[in-house]
Design a binder for this molecule. Structure first.
Ligand SMILES: [Zn+2]
Ligand SMILES: [Zn+2]
Length: 250
């Protein structure tokens, strides 16, 4: 597939289109410049623990948002590539709910912007689906991305390290408290010997309240992981940055 002539022929016969706005493009596995410009990339300064952008000058040392200072997360560091907005959700939702598996290389390319961060880990673990949802959807979107990240970085990948032992309801319309209740005790480690002493990178598509990652990290650490970090493609912002800034300066 990587032969230049074959690529040329394929691109001529089936020109690549932007998966968000369907504009014709010269290059496959990407999005068009107009959609790219609407993606909001998360760059420093951001909270070192939850990845929330901080509207303050970057200073020496580690910065935390008010929420993490008050109540530290169960994981160490979470990173996300982009803010969850009207543009980035058009890559996530069709991938998650409409079988658009052709989005995997695009999402993987974006996630690899954090290649250095990924490389600091021993094991890549996706957030699992309950088997009932897996049967319905036929694939675990986080596991497909995690597998590609493992291939591209050489970091080991274990799609079965975590198991979802009870079904949880989709969290889209739940309040933060309801989300935490929804996923509490929902996960188990399948074989502890595989995670003991490992620095684990948990992969998910979107982080919203962090309830799922919290519970996954807790169970991994309880079973002997030396550290858990989280990488998601997108992060839903809870507060706008002005609010964060007000908090920080008060
Ligand atoms: Zn586009
Ligand atoms: Zn934070």
């Amino acid at each position: 597939m990587s032969h230049p002539l074959l690529t040329f022929l394929l691109n001529t016969l089936f020109p690549p289109i932007c998966p968000i706005c369907q504009a014709l493009m010269s290059d496959a596995n990407g999005i068009c410049p107009a959609c790219f410009s609407k993606m909001r990339f998360i760059t420093a300064p951001f909270c070192d623990m939850c990845g929330q952008p901080l509207n303050m000058p970057e200073n020496e040392g580690t910065s935390y948002c008010p929420e993490c200072l008050k109540k530290p997360k169960s994981w160490q560091r979470a990173r996300a590539i982009v803010v969850y907005n009207d543009t980035s959700k058009q890559l996530i939702l069709p991938f998650k709910h409409a079988d658009k598996l052709q989005l995997i290389p695009i999402l993987t390319r974006f996630m690899l912007l954090q290649k250095e961060f990924i490389s600091e880990h021993d094991l890549i673990v996706p957030v699992p689906l309950h088997w009932r949802r897996m049967v319905k959807r036929r694939y675990n979107q986080s596991a497909l991305i995690a597998c590609q990240l493992s291939k591209q970085t050489g970091i080991a990948f274990d799609p079965c390290a975590l198991k979802r032992i009870r079904p949880t309801i989709p969290q889209g319309h739940l309040s933060p408290d309801e989300r935490h209740r929804n996923v509490r005790d929902a996960f188990r480690v399948s074989s502890a010997h595989k995670i003991i002493g490992k620095r684990i990178l948990l992969i998910d598509d979107v982080m919203t309240s962090g309830a799922t990652a919290t519970n996954c990290a807790k169970i991994l650490l309880k079973n002997g992981a030396t550290g858990v970090d989280v990488l998601t493609f997108a992060k839903a912002l809870k507060h706008n940055e002005d609010t964060i800034n007000e908090f920080f300066l008060s």
